[in-house]
Design a protein around this ligand. Structure first.
Ligand code: KG4
Ligand code: ZN
Length: 348
């Protein structure tokens, strides 16, 4: 019997709503999705303002829900389960999604399921044209997280390594800010980097040879700051592009080398890349070449599902239900978990 899941994502600055339907013996299928990004609203402040984010989620979530129902040709009575992002993320923003999901569930007399945001990212490539198979190594690279995980199945995640300071997305965003680029900085830095020489600046690649699978990007940010200050005193557009290209190269280099080390250590031959930084063209190019040379298959989410969205939340809920990992609940006693390590999913 198939189950229709409505998924609501509101952990940060994107309101995402989607509908998926489970399929017997197969990956759930996406019926409809809608997204509102708050990037323009936060751009004036140079970063996400949590209170503004929460208020905007409240404005968007129900109209977006109406949109996906219409797209899918369903009415609210066609929803079997309401899923929402339970964490990690901004507490107030998470509470909007959780509150709305539980209110909808209670009104429709349908159960709800709280989903881990990173599990959503991790499973999002299952909605792509080239879905992976378990087991695989996952490189999770978002604005808040940089982790390598071993994934043996739904809910079976082992942390292999993670950042000890800044996340890869944060390194992109902070460097972009130092280069005078707007928020969100990752895509802007990547665009500027296209015009630059990636070997113009020798930037540090921290922990590259540490022998473990951990990351550190704080030192890179300091090095970029030093060079950006020099550029301020003698502005040069070409050198700015060179610095952007060199920064991107340093981040990508570390991500590629550590991913290959994780594959070698686990003996696995499949890599899944998820999270916003997974949209980076240079990362895709370098990983593609390095993995092809090792006979490793790389899987990505579709481009529009790399950054935050409702489809990955609906999908993760549907896959958890299908795998028998978790049953949706009808007590509507929602709580959110702003800090929630993925490897503690089972004990939450
Ligand atoms: O997964 P995501 O949408 O949100 C979090 O859960 O954090 O990731 C957002 C991050 C931001 O740091 C953004 O700058 C980065 O992903 N990002 C990129 C690109 N697109 C998004 N970084 C580098 N290159 C890109 N093309
Ligand atoms: Zn995310």
């Amino acid at each position: 019997m198939s189950v229709v899941v409505l998924g609501i994502e509101s952990s940060c600055d994107e309101t995402g709503v989607a509908l998926v339907r489970t399929r017997d013996g197969g990956v759930p299928g996406l019926l409809a999705q809608a997204l509102h990004t708050q990037a323009a609203m936060h751009a004036d402040y140079g970063g996400v303002v949590p209170e503004l984010a929460s208020r905007d989620h409240i404005r968007r979530v129900l109209p977006l829900t109406g949109q996906v129902l219409e797209q899918a040709g369903l009415t609210s009575s066609g929803i079997d389960v309401v899923a929402y992002t339970r964490g990690p993320g901004l507490a107030g923003a998470l509470l909007v999604g959780a509150g709305v999901a539980c209110a909808l569930g209670a009104a429709l007399a349908k159960p709800v399921l709280g989903v881990h945001h990173l599990e959503g990212h991790l499973l999002s490539p299952f909605l792509s044209a080239d879905p992976p198979e378990f087991p695989f190594v996952a490189l999770l690279v978002s604005g808040g997280h940089t982790q390598l995980m071993r994934v043996d199945g739904v809910g079976r995640y082992t942390l292999l390594g993670e950042t000890i300071d800044d996340a890869a997305g944060e390194a992109f965003d902070k460097s972009a800010k130092l280069l005078g680029l707007g928020y969100p900085g990752g895509p802007a830095l990547a665009r500027l980097a296209e015009y630059g020489d990636d070997s113009a600046y020798k930037l540090p690649r921290p922990l590259l040879h540490s022998g473990d699978l951990d990351f550190s990007f704080a030192g890179l940010k300091t090095a970029v700051l030093t060079q950006a200050r020099r550029l301020e005193s003698a502005p040069c557009e070409l050198m700015r592009a060179d610095l952007a290209a060199s920064t991107q190269a340093a981040i990508v280099d570390v991500l590629v080398k550590k991913s290959l080390a994780a594959l070698a250590r686990t003996g696995l031959e499949r890599l899944v890349v998820a999270g916003g930084v997974g949209a980076n063209a240079r990362l895709r190019e370098q990983l593609g070449a390095a993995c092809a040379a090792q006979g490793v298959r790389v899987h990505y989410p579709e481009f529009d599902l790399c950054t935050d969205n409702g489809a990955m939340i609906a999908l993760a809920a549907a896959m958890r239900i299908q795998a028998g990992a978790e049953a949706p609940r009808a007590d509507y006693a929602f709580d959110v978990k702003p800090r929630w390590p993925l490897d503690q999913l089972a004990t939450a």
